[in-house]
Design a protein around this ligand. Structure first.
Ligand SMILES: [Fe+2]
Length: 202
């Protein structure tokens, strides 16, 4: 991953954490731990390269998923992870009430194509953030570890994409994988994957 892209993405995460109520000193320490210093003004959405890459939805999307944020249930267990993020415009304005659709395979690499295990949707809050409680997707032949997502700001086109895990051996062998779509992973206080999604709207 190009260092500058990773840096910008991390800083966006810091900004949102600040909005969510973390102290500035805590944010500064977090940045310093990453070898970063906070600029006085955060660059955001200054070119089209910032727009989140679209990817194929693949063969396992099922429409009409339930509105829910907790996928953990009998028959859908594994390593717990929180998938959370921020949805913004090209100019870095948070997008409230955006549809966020998530679907992924179970711990063993199988999709529920008859029902809705591992499937659901929610909407971003007033700060443009969302959060799913789910499990780490398993692996299936031909693909590295990934989440499938769709994002849609009200009255705007759908962005279909996928999120990936850093350090996953399969990333190097997967022709769909993109290092533009790597989650920021934190292990404390619970395993969490973070991504800032930039929609192609002003
Ligand atoms: Fe998939």
């Amino acid at each position: 991953m190009p260092a500058e892209i990773g840096r910008r993405r991390f800083l966006k995460g810091i900004v949102t954490a600040g909005v969510a109520g973390l102290s500035l000193s805590g944010l500064t320490r977090a940045a310093e731990a990453q070898g970063l210093s906070l600029p006085p003004t955060l660059a955001c959405g200054d070119d089209d390269d910032e727009v989140t890459e679209a990817q194929t939805e693949g063969p396992y999307f099922t429409p009409n998923s339930p509105e829910r944020t907790n996928f953990r249930e009998a028959g859908f267990a594994g390593t717990n992870i929180v998938l959370t993020g921020l949805v913004v415009t090209r100019s870095c304005r948070p997008v409230p009430q955006a549809l966020v659709e998530l679907w992924h395979c179970d711990d063993g690499g199988t999709y529920d194509n008859a029902g809705y295990k591992g499937r659901g949707h929610t909407f971003t809050d007033a700060l443009g953030t969302y959060r799913f409680e789910t499990i780490v997707p398993g692996l299936y032949p031909g693909r590295t570890r990934h989440f499938h997502l769709k994002f849609q700001a009200p009255n705007n086109p759908v962005l279909t994409t996928q999120f990936y895990f850093p350090g996953e051996p399969g990333n190097l062998r997967d022709g769909i994988f993109s290092d533009e779509l790597l989650l920021e992973i934190a292990s404390e206080p619970e395993l969490t994957g973070w991504f800032t999604t930039v929609l192609d709207i002003a």
